[in-house]
Design a protein around this ligand. Structure first.
Ligand code: DGY
Length: 359
């Protein structure tokens, strides 16, 4: 195992000194400390921030551990989960878990946990950073400055789209697709910009709960009326390519699209066509359909802002996510119901009981 490291501090813990937790890639220190102080054996496979694991390396790790802490970069499918019939749980360090086949985990009796809640604000903040940056041409203006091209102020210099009513006096419409915790936090931040908010949720088609911030809209209506469309649904087969050519053509040509959810929610090749041919005004993306790759032509466009999946990347948030993942992992290890379990029904299955009794 290249780059792997182990830490075993068996005498220091009053909680558990049994078991082995396999961490695919190093998580922030706050989480590592919880693991190390528990006294369990911890293996961190990859210390290098820029290197991932092959599937074979994940499988090898799973074979030897009791609990797995993966990141969203590792696909956890049937083959991986079947590698060890004593695996007691998976504690993902992310709120999204589309990299893990939950149906298979439940069938095999493996509880899976995530890290909800703690990244809501930082993700909503970054969504707004993207929205403002793409509308007001912030990266383009920055690049112009650092290239030494600013010679004379001019009335047309980097004139972008309004967010507040601005000169037109017309309230802008923010359309939020996926109105869960993060969608609602994005809506909350619109108050200072005097916007009207429309919401649509693909998993709650009857309408989002009444909330003073957003008005429920049908999908097409939201696309047609919004000046900004911000995506926050879970990635599932139903939301894969939720935004493709027909949806992009339905949007206003002056509208901006922002995505800080999961890349495959957008048909990225259709988006490149839309941006090239000005079906919409611009896009701010934190995530990509085939991450970390980008669709051909995306990076050459001048009406995009592109970020490397950093929506939750504030120091405090990432520390808290690591703390939650570590705490969840220790609960899995003790065979206790973990907070933040996404498939709680698993605890009541023979498959799960058999795992605990084997361990
Ligand atoms: C998540 O948690 O799902 C984000 O995409 C990364 O923080």
């Amino acid at each position: 195992m290249s780059q792997s490291s182990e830490s075993t501090q068996s005498s220091r813990s009053s909680r558990s000194s049994q078991g082995h937790i396999f961490v695919t890639r190093r998580i922030p220190q706050a989480g590592m400390e919880i693991l190390e102080e528990s006294g369990v054996r911890v293996t961190v496979f990859q210390q290098d921030e820029e290197k991932g694991l092959t599937k074979e390396e994940v499988i090898e790790g799973v074979k030897s551990c009791d609990v797995l802490i993966p990141l969203l970069t590792e696909p956890i499918d049937r083959e991986v989960m079947s590698a060890n019939d004593k695996l007691l749980g998976i504690a993902q360090m992310a709120v999204g878990f589309n990299n893990i086949d939950i149906d298979v985990a439940s069938e095999l009796g493996i509880p899976v946990t995530n890290t909800p809640g703690v990244l809501t604000d930082s993700t909503a903040d970054l969504t707004w950073a993207l929205l403002m940056a793409v509308a007001r041409l912030v990266p383009q203006s920055h690049n112009y400055m650092v290239a030494g091209r600013y010679k004379l102020w001019g009335p047309n210099l980097f004139a972008g789209g309004d967010i507040s009513p601005g000169g037109s006096g017309k309230r802008k419409v923010l359309g939020i697709i996926g109105y869960g915790r993060i969608g609602a936090a994005v809506a909350k931040r619109s108050i200072g910009f005097d916007m009207d908010v429309l919401a649509y949720d693909p998993f709650n088609k009857k309408g989002v709960e009444a909330d003073s911030l957003a008005q429920w809209a049908e999908f097409d209506e939201l696309l047609e009326k919004s000046d900004f469309v911000s995506l926050h649904p879970l990635l599932t087969p139903e939301t894969h390519h939720l935004i493709g050519e027909p949806e992009l053509r339905r949007m206003k040509s002056s509208a901006y699209l922002v995505n800080a959810s999961r890349g495959p929610v957008i048909d990225e090749r259709a988006l490149v066509r839309a941006l090239r041919q000005n079906w919409i005004a611009g896009a701010g993306l934190d995530v990509y359909e085939h991450e970390p790759a980008m669709a051909d032509g995306l990076a050459e466009l001048d009406n995009v802002v592109l970020l490397p999946h950093i929506a939750s990347a504030s120091l405090d948030t990432r520390g808290k996510m690591a703390t939650m993942a570590a705490t969840n992992a220790l609960a899995h290890l003790k065979g206790e119901p973990a907070a933040n379990v996404v498939n709680p029904e698993v605890y009541d299955t023979d498959a799960y009981r058999a795992r605990v009794s084997r361990g």
